[in-house]
Write a protein that binds this ligand. Structure first.
Ligand SMILES: Cc1cc2nc3c(=O)[nH]c(=O)nc-3n(C[C@H](O)[C@H](O)[C@H](O)COP(=O)(O)OP(=O)(O)OC[C@H]3O[C@@H](n4cnc5c(N)ncnc54)[C@H](O)[C@@H]3O)c2cc1C
Length: 323
């Protein structure tokens, strides 16, 4: 089976690496980037289970961990967790570097994998599917003092401070409701409050928060990672899901059962549909007590270990910011 993979993010590179090791004829296509770090904009936050997955690729994940924290401050409240802040550009390079920058000819392949993230270039348009994107931007800053990891709720999203070492951080924000200039202003105000020594670079991009887009197999095109909507809408985590979905796809290609991949993704990530519904309600300032169980699952997937009191606190913050 000849496999073409379009998209040189986590999903595309992970799939490429595994298939190459397993002896497949596989090509990986990428695109020039505009960012200073030469990857698609990302905060670089992930969790312990994701780090374990990286280990399975034959890459030593610890080499790419900038810092590990056992808590995060959400609207000032300390919430326990096991959180990793990673040097994602270097990690991507360690996974795969053999990238082509020409355009793939679909006829050259038995299977073409769409791993193009927000662009979703090769996947079919799904009629009546209500896509949802969050507008986001961030600055990489060097601060005077120690950086504490933090998320602060805003309308339709949140502001983040993601440590990239002792005194360096990604300070950004995103929203599914606010217009781009409002998000940019909120983020800039947040950065100014921190009185940084230096703004190293800035970037902005949308993140798909639609929940899974099925089917993920359509003729010879297979969709993986963020292209397939596999991002946790409640938190916008897409690194872990990109790794996981690529590993699931690699196993199905290896077994020659690509149609089984669709079922496997429905089984593993079907719950993300419920998380998208919760976010739809959050936008209206409604967070039911019944949704706390699903919210807990979403936060656990992202490495947090919230107590019931934490969940109630976050719920109140979300309702207040969105009413
Ligand atoms: C500002 C921001 C901050 C974020 N922070 C976090 C975070 O801290 N933690 C987290 O878990 N998630 C975060 N996310 C989400 C996360 O980055 C993505 O969900 C995740 O990277 C998805 O991986 P992927 O491989 O599916 O897609 P991507 O990482 O988007 O990779 C897709 C790749 O395809 C390339 N491409 C697109 N079109 C073409 C084409 N036509 N031909 C060739 N190549 C193409 C793109 O350049 C890109 O490199 C953030 C997103 C944004 C926008």
């Amino acid at each position: 089976m000849r496999v073409g993979i379009v998209g040189d993010g986590i999903a595309g590179r992970t799939l490429y690496r595994i298939l190459k090791i397993r002896g497949f004829q596989v090509d990986l296509y990428g695109q020039e980037k505009y960012t200073r770090c030469d990857i698609r904009p990302c905060g670089f936050a992930t969790d312990a289970s994701c780090i374990n997955l990286v280990g399975k690729l034959g890459v030593s994940p610890q080499e790419y961990v900038l810092r590990r924290d056992n808590y995060i401050r959400m609207n000032g409240r300390r919430i326990k967790g096991d959180l990793y802040w990673i040097e994602k550009p270097k990690l991507l390079e360690a996974i795969a570097t053999d990238i082509r920058y020409d355009k793939p000819d679909i006829d050259d392949y038995d299977v073409l994998v769409d791993a193009t993230g927000i662009a979703r270039v090769y996947s079919p348009v799904i009629p009546d599917f209500n896509d949802k994107k969050g507008i986001s931007c961030q600055h990489r800053v060097i601060l005077n003092g120690y950086v504490a990891p933090a998320f602060d709720v805003i309308r339709g999203g949140y502001l983040w401070t993601i440590p990239l070492g002792e005194r360096e951080a990604h300070v950004g924000g995103g929203s599914t409701i606010l217009p781009s200039n409002a998000v940019q202003q909120l983020v800039l105000d947040h950065v100014k409050e921190m009185k940084p020594n230096e703004i190293v670079c800035s970037c902005s991009e949308s993140v798909r928060l639609s929940g899974p887009i099925f089917p993920v197999v359509s003729d010879k095109v297979i969709t993986v990672g963020e292209s397939a909507g596999l991002v946790v809408s409640f938190g916008a985590a897409g690194i872990h899901t990109a790794f996981e979905s690529a590993i699931i796809l690699a196993d199905h290609i290896y077994e020659g059962d690509v149609t089984g991949y669709d079922k496997a993704i429905r089984r593993r990530f079907g719950w993300l549909r419920g998380i998208r519904k919760i976010w739809d309600s959050v936008e209206k300032g409604q967070v039911t007590l019944l949704s706390l169980g699903a919210s807990y699952r979403a936060l656990r997937y992202q490495g947090l270990k919230p107590t019931l009191m934490d969940l109630l606190y976050i719920r109140k913050a979300l309702i207040e910011a969105n009413k």
